[in-house]
Ligand binder design. Structure first.
Ligand SMILES: Nc1nc2c(ncn2[C@@H]2O[C@H](COP(=O)(O)OP(=O)(O)OP(=O)(O)O)[C@@H](O)[C@H]2O)c(=O)[nH]1
Ligand SMILES: [Mg+2]
Length: 458
């Protein structure tokens, strides 16, 4: 296996820790480490073995006691010779060891360079390489699950196979071109159409999953709306457990949108408190209400909060109709349950027997039922539930949609019996996008832009 020049970097987080790991990869990694290590001769050790010893300055004085693990090509992360030096987690020791390595001809690694080598040596495809970065950055159960699914092959394996079949067809279509005027058809049109339909069937759930993917990465945008004084700001504060928004009994207190993040059962929500909906009394309030409406349009979920002690069932029915017309998923949440009698509550529940109303008392922190309802809503999203592949990356999304558009054009071309050269052109576009997606087609610029977003040592 071809190996590139040796590189090294700290693989663990910078700062003080019990142990730090320095990774060395590339041609001569084992021999070079052996030169600065006193213990067993590393070049004679088997792959996947760990050895205790010391790292020394050129003059023989000890820098640290370490444990060195040897991985021989191609059975390593990068598929090159790799050595991992576990030393004590001191900034000073780490710098000394890295300096010793560079004195012996090792270069300091660029961000993502280990993963880039692993990709170039065929350890995994581009989607999986990008999943490594996502996995490191994952900060919730949902984002962790999405990254792990991608790392383990996710959607790219399936797309690669379909792309291969499409390549075979394109070759046949292009063969037809060689016969110019003669009316020959090597590529079976019905089978080609079926293949394109099959590919689109794989693409669509992935394209649709992007909004879920976005929600996993950036939080489910959840907007709290309702009439003034319903208790929206009180609810935001209760959920966040901090006095984020001003609360008062003056209707129209909140004028602007207030946002913050919250994790509920491993799902990230982006909560948005808004100005109460009513006929505005001044210009500033009018702007605030316009913003509320904009946030409602952008949200994935609308929490409609009403004051249960002063809202009639008829008013609520009217609100419900409006929410249904807006076409957004919503939750009806009755606040100030503490001010209501059981009979009052039962009467509203009764007129809404088809739909559950979540009852809370935001001021008293009685909001558990709402928390459960929020996470249940997010989890009913099929992709989050089953752990099926979810597209979280805008680059993937763009290639998926571009592939789909090219296939639509090609199918349309088949229907109107375009000439093989037109057909071949659209198919080539689809192949190009599929190839760039999985990394079968790459450019240096693309790789640099992807891997430079990684951290050093990865
Ligand atoms: N009794 C009772 N009062 C509540 C409850 N939640 C909120 N309030 C009171 O209702 C009043 C209005 O609360 P806010 O949170 O400011 O209402 P809002 O919906 O943000 O109002 P605007 O910002 O004006 O649209 C305040 O006096 C709160 O203390 C509750 O669960 N029970
Ligand atoms: Mg408010």
């Amino acid at each position: 296996m071809f190996q590139l020049e040796p590189i090294a970097a700290l693989a663990t987080a910078p700062g003080i820790g019990a142990i730090a790991v320095i990774r060395v990869s590339g041609e001569g990694a084992i021999a070079i480490t052996s030169r600065i290590f006193r213990g067993k001769e590393l070049t004679r050790q088997e792959s996947h073995t760990a050895h205790f010893g010391t790292i020394r300055h050129a003059n023989g004085s000890i820098i640290d006691e370490v444990l060195v693990t040897v991985f021989r090509a191609p059975k390593s992360f990068t598929k090159e010779d790799v050595v991992e030096i576990s030393c004590h987690g001191s900034e000073f020791i780490i710098q000394q060891i890295l300096r010793r390595l560079t004195q012996e001809g090792v270069r300091l690694a660029r961000p993502g360079e280990f993963t880039q080598r692993a990709f170039l040596n065929g350890q995994f495809d581009l989607v999986q390489a990008e999943a490594v970065a996502d996995l490191i950055a994952s900060d919730s159960e949902a984002s962790h699950r999405a990254a792990l699914t991608q790392l383990r092959g996710g959607f790219s394996r399936q797309l690669k196979e379909l792309r291969q079949q499409l390549i075979d067809f394109v070759a046949l279509v292009e063969l037809e071109l060689d016969f110019g005027e003669e009316d020959v058809e090597f590529a079976h049109r019905d089978r080609l159409r079926q293949l394109m339909i099959d590919i689109r069937r794989v693409l669509h759930p992935l394209i649709d999953s992007f909004s879920t993917g976005n929600a996993i990465k950036n939080g489910v945008p959840t907007v709290i709306v309702g009439k003034p004084n319903a208790g929206k700001s009180t609810l935001l504060n209760a959920l966040l457990n901090e006095e984020k928004a001003i609360v008062s009994d003056i209707p129209g207190t909140t004028r602007d949108v207030i946002e913050d993040e919250l994790f509920i059962n491993g799902i990230r929500f982006r909560l948005i408190d808004t100005a109460g909906l009513r006929q505005a009394t001044d210009q500033i309030e009018a702007i605030g209400i316009e913003r509320t409406q904009q946030k409602m349009r952008d949200a994935a979920l609308v929490v409609y909060l009403f004051d249960g002690s002063s809202t009639t069932a008829d008013e609520l029915t009217q609100t419900q109709t409006e929410l249904q017309q807006a076409g957004k998923p919503y939750l009806l949440v009755g606040n100030k349950a503490d001010l209501m009698t059981d009979a009052q509550r039962a009467s509203i529940d009764h007129s809404f027997n088809e739909e559950n109303i979540v009852w809370i008392a935001a001021r008293d922190q009685r909001i558990d039922e709402l928390k459960a309802a929020l996470s249940a809503r997010a989890r009913t999203d099929a992709a989050m539930q089953t752990g099926s592949a979810v597209v979280t990356n805008a680059r993937h999304y763009e290639h998926l949609t571009a592939t789909d558009e090219a296939l639509v054009r090609a199918i349309h071309g088949l229907d109107s019996q375009v000439t093989p050269d037109w057909l071949a052109m659209d198919l080539r576009v689809a192949l190009q996008h599929l190839g760039e997606l999985t990394g079968e087609i790459t450019t240096d610029d693309l790789l640099d832009s992807i891997f430079s977003k990684f951290c050093i040592g990865k």
